[in-house]
Ligand binder design. Structure first.
Ligand code: 13P
Length: 311
C-alpha cells in the first residue's frame, strides 16, 4: 500500500516535470488514443490518426513535436513539419501492419493494374506513401476512395479496412493481405460472449477487425469516431473492440458511462513502448528524432496533403 502511494507520488512528480519541460522547450506533445494512461494525461492533444495528422500540420507555433504513438505516425508528422524536430520517445515503437508492405510491392501492384489509383492507409512507411496517389485513415477511407475518379482502386495494406470500404462504396477494390495483429485477434466468440454478458451494451469495433466481427457490431468506427459516439447516443454501457487504451480515454471523457474491452488481451505492444520516463528523457535529450529523406518526403507529402484537403 505504502509502495503504491510512493509510486503514485513519483508518477505525479514526473508528470509535472514533463509538463514544465514541454513548456520550457516549446514542445507540443501529441498522443494517440492507445497510449498508456499516464502518457495520455501529459499530452497537449490526444486523438486518432487523422486528428493527430491535422494537429501536426497545424503545429506552427511549437518548436518541436514529441509524438507519443508509433513510428509511421511520427513519420507523418515529420513529413508535414520538415523544419522542426519530431521526436518519437522510443524508435522501436513500430507497426507490424505498416511493415507488411514495401514500396516495391506497391510499384508492382501499380504495374499489374495500370491506370488504377493507389490509396495507402496511413499505417504505412513514408516510402510506401511516396508511391501512392493519396493516403487515408480509418475515419476517412470511404470518403477518400469515393473521391477517386476510377471504378477500381488499389487499397493497401489492411485487408479488413479494405473490406469495410468495399461494402460502403461502389468501387472494386484491389487489396493487400496486411492486417493489424491486435485487431485481428477479436473473434466471433468474443462478440457472442460480450452480447451475453452485456446484453444492454453498445458494441463498437474498429474497421481493422475481421469482417465477421464488424458485421456483428452495432457500430464500426475509428478511434476518433469512438471518442464522439458516447456523447451522441443515450446508451450507458459500451463494449470496445479495439486496443485497450481506448477504455481509459473514454472513461476519462465520460465518467458517468461504462466502457468494457471486448478482449482484455487486445494490447498493442508497440503503443505501450512509450512510457512517461521515455517522454521525459526525450524532452531532455531532444532525441530520438524521426527524419525522412527529402525526395521521399516530398512525394509522400503530396499523398498526405491530398487526404487532408478532402477531409
Ligand atoms: P485510428 O485512426 O482509428 O486512430 O487508428 C489507429 C490505428 O492505427 C489502429 O491500429
Amino acid at each position: 500500500m505504502a509502495l503504491d502511494l510512493e509510486a503514485a507520488v513519483e508518477e505525479q512528480t514526473l508528470k509535472e516535470k514533463v509538463r514544465e519541460l514541454a513548456i520550457k522547450k516549446q514542445a507540443i506533445i501529441l498522443a494517440h488514443n492507445y497510449q498508456l494512461p499516464e502518457v495520455q494525461d501529459i499530452a497537449d492533444f490526444v486523438g486518432d490518426s487523422l486528428e493527430l495528422s491535422r494537429k501536426a500540420a497545424a503545429a506552427k507555433d511549437a518548436r518541436m513535436i514529441i509524438f507519443c504513438g508509433v513510428h509511421f505516425m511520427a513519420e507523418t508528422a515529420a513529413i508535414l513539419n520538415p523544419d522542426k524536430p519530431v521526436i518519437l520517445p522510443d524508435l522501436k515503437a513500430g507497426c507490424p501492419l505498416a511493415d507488411m508492405i514495401t514500396a516495391k510491392d506497391v510499384k508492382e501492384l501499380k504495374k499489374e493494374n495500370p491506370g488504377r489509383p493507389a490509396v495507402a492507409y496511413v499505417n504505412t512507411s513514408a516510402a510506401v506513401k511516396a508511391e501512392v496517389s493519396i493516403c487515408c485513415t480509418s475515419s476517412n477511407a470511404v470518403k477518400v476512395v469515393n473521391s477517386l475518379d476510377s471504378n477500381t482502386v488499389i487499397f493497401v495494406p489492411d485487408q479488413y479496412l479494405a473490406g469495410y470500404v468495399a461494402k460502403r462504396t461502389n468501387k472494386s477494390i484491389i487489396g493487400w493481405d496486411g492486417f493489424c495483429p491486435t485487431h485481428a485477434r477479436f473473434t466471433v466468440d468474443d462478440m457472442l460472449k460480450a452480447r451475453k454478458e452485456f446484453p444492454d451494451a453498445i458494441i463498437v469495433v474498429h474497421p481493422e477487425c475481421i469482417l465477421e466481427v464488424q458485421d456483428m457490431a452495432d457500430y464500426v468506427l475509428s478511434t476518433g469516431g469512438m471518442t464522439r459516439l458516447p456523447g451522441e447516443i443515450d446508451a450507458r454501457q459500451f463494449v470496445l473492440g479495439t486496443e485497450t487504451g481506448m477504455v481509459y480515454r473514454l472513461q476519462k471523457l465520460y465518467p458517468e458511462k461504462e466502457f468494457v474491452p471486448l478482449n482484455k488481451k487486445a494490447i498493442c505492444p508497440n503503443m505501450k513502448k512509450i512510457t512517461l520516463k521515455k517522454v521525459f528523457d526525450s524532452l531532455v535529450n531532444l532525441s530520438p528524432q524521426v527524419t525522412v529523406r527529402k525526395g521521399t518526403r516530398e512525394r509522400a507529402l503530396r499523398a498526405i496533403e491530398r487526404m487532408l484537403a478532402i477531409t
